[in-house]
Design a protein around this ligand. Sequence first.
Ligand code: CTP
Ligand code: CA
Length: 230
Amino acid sequence: EDFLARGRVLKGKHVIVTAGGTRENIDPVRFIGNRSSGKMGIALANAAAQAGAKVTLIAGQITVPLPQSPAIEVVRVTTTEDLYTNLKERFLQTDILIMAAAVADYRPVEMVDHKIKKKDGDPRLTIALTETVDILKNIAKMKQNDQCVVGFAAETNNLMENANRKLASKNVDMIIANSVAGKTSAFGSDQNQVTILQKDKPPIKLERQSKAKIANKIIELVSAKLKSGD
Ligand code: CTP
Ligand code: CA
């Protein structure tokens, strides 16, 4: 915390953080969602603001209060497409993007315009799904040399292998790998245990600790990266 407060290392920089889960509509009353609380993203927005940055927090569904800080502009979104549209508009003007949102991987092929009714005699319901756009992958394609993009990797198994693959395939500078399996799951918790992966650097495995402390560490690393320019 000292490092961030003392240094004001991100003064004059613009940071975008995405947080929370996206929702995909099935019909006017139902949606597909996920267990993201938004806490990690909010902690990151707070840490960046504390470091002196101007922050835009693009928030999907969250289960905790939004930050109330003059340094943090909040944009609310619902669907993955929504999030993508809002991010595309803002990405070129940002120095740092941290993609902490839990983005839906699939959405219904079509949103039914009326409430789906139960059918007599047939207990099954099939909803056809199609892949959503991979926001991070598409946005990172536009990344300039002076921009830093951070992604997350939520895994239940083969954490390092899967996270390393995401680091390479999504053209990001950093992947924050966290387990979402079982009792140690990050979902909803105030704590998390993450490993930070960067290109050409050894992984940094952090102790289990508060999301606020992890956020400070991530902002510290990102700031160092921006400064070094590689
Ligand atoms: N992400 C994204 N758009 C998607 C899906 C994911 O931008 N449609 C982002 C997430 O915000 C996260 C990173 O990509 O920063 C990795 O998300 P994750 O769910 O761990 O990986 P996926 O690439 O979706 O692959 P899978 O869920 O199959 O592990
Ligand atoms: Ca996913």
